[in-house]
Ligand binder design. Structure first.
Ligand code: SDX
Length: 429
C-alpha cells in the first residue's frame, strides 16, 4: 500500500500530517489517533464520517446499494446459502466445506436448550411485558447461568459463548413469545433446521403435533440471512463498545439488543407495520406522505431512509421478492401489501424522497412477511435481534482477536461552564 498522508492546516500551531490508511474497497481513512497532541479533536456527532474500527466482515456501498459479507453479495447468499452457513462465514471468514458445515450445525444443535432455571426467571415478568424487554433482560442474565464462558481473554470461553448465543437465541426468543401468550414453553427439536426449530418453538403446542411448513421455513431462514450483519450499525457499535471494556459476551449482546430496539434502528420493522396499519387504505397515503415531509411533524415514513444506503437497500429488494412469494404461496391477500406497494411507488416518485435519497430499507417488507407467517408485530424486532446475534458475535470476536485492542473512550467538545467556586446553600439566591 502507498504511504499516503493528509495534511491538516490548523488555525494555530501550523499544520499536521496524518497517515492515510487504505482498505480493500470503499473510503480510505485518515488516521487521527495522534491528532490530540495538536490540541484538537475531530467532531462528528452520530459518526457520519468516522470509521470506528478496521473490519473484514461486511462491506456496504451505500451509493451502489451493495452489501457483501466476507466478499459474497447478499442476494447470492439469500438465494444459495442459509443462516448457519452464513454464521460460519461471518465468524471464520470463509464458507465451510461439507465437513465443517456438518460439524458447525451439530454443535449449534447441541446447545439449543437453555438452563431449566431460566424458565423460572421468566416468571418475574408481567405477561404483557414487551418481548424485547424480556429478551434484553434474559440475555443479560445468561451470565448468571453460564459462568463457565465469561472470560473474554480465553479463546475457549469465547467459542462456547458464541455457540451458546447462536444456539439459544431462538429458544429464548420463542420463550418470550410463549410467555406473552400464556402458553407453555416448547423445547427445541434438534432434528429440525434452525429456522424450522424456531417456528416449532413459536407455534407448536403440547396438545398436538406441529408440522413445519417448508415455504414458511425458507422465508424465515431468509429473513435471518438478510438481518445477520450490517457493518458498524448502531447496535453492532454498541456491542463493540461494551466488549472493549472486557464485559462478558452475554452482557455485550444484551447491550446490542437494547440499542437495536430503538424505532430509528431495529424497532423500525414493528413501527413500519404499525404505520401501514394506521394508514389502513391506499387513499390515505398522500396524507401521510405530506406529514413525513412536514418539518414540524415528528412523523417519519418507517421503513424508509438509511444512514448509508442512498440507493435501494439490497436486502429490501430480496425481501420484496420473498414477500410476494410467501403471500402467493400461502394464498394470503393482505391489503397492507397493497398499501406498502402503493406507498413505495408514490414515495419513489416524490421529489422530497428522491432529493433526500430515501429508499425502502430492510424493515419495509420484513414486517409484512412476518405478519403473513403469523408472527405478531411485537415479535418483529426480537426476530431481528435473533438474526443479528451472529453479526454482533462476529464483530465482538474480530475486535477481541485484534492485537492491542483498547477500551473505546470517545472525547467531546465541552461547552459547559468554566471552573467556578462552590456556593453554600445559605448564600444562593
Ligand atoms: C436499520 O445502520 C444500519 O445499518 C441499520 C440497519 C441494520 O441492518 O443494522 O440497516 C437497520 O436500522 C434500517 C433503518 C430503519 N429505520 C427506519 O426505517 C426509521 C425511518 N428512517 C429514519 O429515521 C432515517 O432514515 C434513519 C434513522 C434510518 C437515517 O437517518 P439519518 O441518516 O440520520 O438521516 P437524517 O435523519 O439526517 O435524514 C436526512 C433527511 C432529513 O431531512 P432534512 O433535515 O435534511 O430536511 O431525510 C429526512 C430527514 O428528515 N428523512 C426522512 C426519513 N428519513 C430521513 N423523512 C421522512 N421519512 C423518513 N423515513
Amino acid at each position: 500500500m502507498a504511504d499516503l498522508k493528509a495534511k491538516l492546516e490548523l488555525p494555530e500551531n501550523g499544520s499536521i500530517e496524518l497517515p492515510v490508511k487504505q482498505g480493500t474497497a470503499g473510503h480510505d481513512v485518515i488516521d487521527i489517533s495522534k491528532l490530540g497532541s495538536s490540541g484538537y479533536f475531530t467532531f462528528d456527532p452520530g459518526f457520519l464520517a468516522t470509521a470506528s474500527c478496521e473490519s473484514a466482515i461486511t462491506y456496504i456501498d451505500g451509493d451502489k446499494g451493495v452489501l457483501l459479507h466476507r466478499g459474497y453479495p447478499i442476494d447470492q447468499l439469500a438465494e444459495e446459502s442459509n443462516y448457519l452457513d452464513l454464521c460460519y462465514l461471518l465468524f471464520y471468514g470463509e464458507l465451510p466445506n461439507k465437513e465443517q458445515y456438518a460439524q458447525f450445525v451439530e454443535t449449534v444443535k447441541t446447545h439449543t436448550m437453555v438452563h431449566e432455571q431460566l424458565a423460572f426467571f421468566f416468571r418475574g415478568f408481567r405477561r404483557d411485558a414487551h418481548p424485547m424487554a424480556m429478551l434484553c433482560g434474559v440475555t443479560g442474565a445468561l451470565s448468571a447461568f453460564y459462568q463457565d464462558s465469561l472470560d473474554v481473554n480465553d479463546p475457549k470461553h469465547r467459542r462456547i459463548a458464541a455457540f451458546r448465543l447462536v444456539s439459544k437465541m431462538p429458544t429464548i426468543a420463542a420463550m418470550c413469545y410463549k410467555y406473552s401468550q400464556g402458553q407453555p414453553f416448547i423445547y427445541p427439536r434438534n432434528e429440525l433446521s434452525y429456522a424450522g426449530n424456531f417456528l416449532q418453538m413459536m407455534f407448536a403446542v403440547p396438545c398436538e403435533d406441529y408440522k413445519v411448513n417448508p415455504i414458511v421455513e425458507r422465508a424465515m431462514d431468509r429473513i435471518f440471512v438478510l438481518h445477520a450483519d450490517h457493518e458498524q450499525n448502531a447496535s453492532t457499535s454498541t456491542v463493540r463498545l461494551a466488549g472493549s471494556s472486557g464485559a462478558n459476551p452475554f452482557a455485550c449482546i444484551a447491550a446490542g439488543i437494547a440499542s437495536l430496539w430503538g424505532p430509528a434502528h431495529g424497532g423500525a420493522n414493528e413501527a413500519c407495520l404499525n404505520m401501514l396499519e394506521e394508514i389502513g387504505t391506499v387513499d390515505r397515503i398522500p396524507e401521510f406522505i405530506e406529514r413525513a415531509k412536514d418539518k414540524d411533524d415528528p412523523f417519519r415514513l418507517m421503513g424508509f431512509g438509511h444512514r448509508v444506503y442512498k440507493n435501494f437497500d439490497p436486502r429490501a429488494k430480496v425481501m420484496r421478492e420473498t414477500c410476494h412469494e410467501v403471500l402467493e404461496e400461502l394464498k394470503i391477500d393482505d391489503p397492507l401489501l397493497d398499501v406498502a406497494m402503493e406507498l413505495e411507488r408514490i414515495a419513489l416518485n416524490d421529489e422530497y424522497f428522491i432529493s433526500k435519497k430515501l429508499y425502502p430499507n430492510v424493515d419495509f417488507y420484513s414486517g409484512i412477511i412476518m405478519k403473513a407467517i403469523g408472527i405478531p408485530t411485537s415479535m418483529f424486532t426480537v426476530i431481528f435481534a435473533l438474526a443479528r446475534t451472529s453479526g454482533w458475535i462476529a464483530h465482538w470476536k474480530e475486535m477481541l482477536d485484534q492485537p492491542g485492542h483498547k477500551i473505546s473512550r470517545p472525547r467531546q467538545l465541552y461547552t459547559g461552564k468554566d471552573s467556578r467556586n462552590f456556593v453554600e446553600l445559605k448564600d444562593r439566591d
